[in-house]
Design a protein around this ligand. Structure first.
Ligand SMILES: [Zn+2]
Length: 87
């Protein structure tokens, strides 16, 4: 079972979280339609470490960026993002 260390709740089962997308597949607000399509749909899917956006949907509902190895599922970092990350 994969555990994710929520910055607000501590370690919880991955089943409490919902994966959204990788950080580098988020199109900037000012991107043209062509640029956004390129970023959203034609990114590579490499093996290795990636920054992913997750939400603790069945917990505190906060967003976070999880740095995870795509093959081993090893998580090296979890950081809060969004309104909950503000002091
Ligand atoms: Zn949480």
């Amino acid at each position: 079972m994969m555990l994710i260390n929520c910055p607000h709740c501590g370690p919880r089962a991955q089943s409490e979280f919902v994966y959204e997308r990788t950080v580098d597949s988020v199109a900037p607000a000012g991107a043209s339609n062509d640029e956004a399509m390129q970023i959203l749909f034609t990114r590579s899917n490499p093996r290795g470490v990636d920054d992913e956006i997750w939400r603790h949907t069945f917990g505190c509902r906060a967003w976070m960026v999880v740095t995870r190895h795509r093959v081993t599922n090893e998580i090296s970092q979890v950081r809060a993002v969004g309104p909950e990350a503000l002091p």
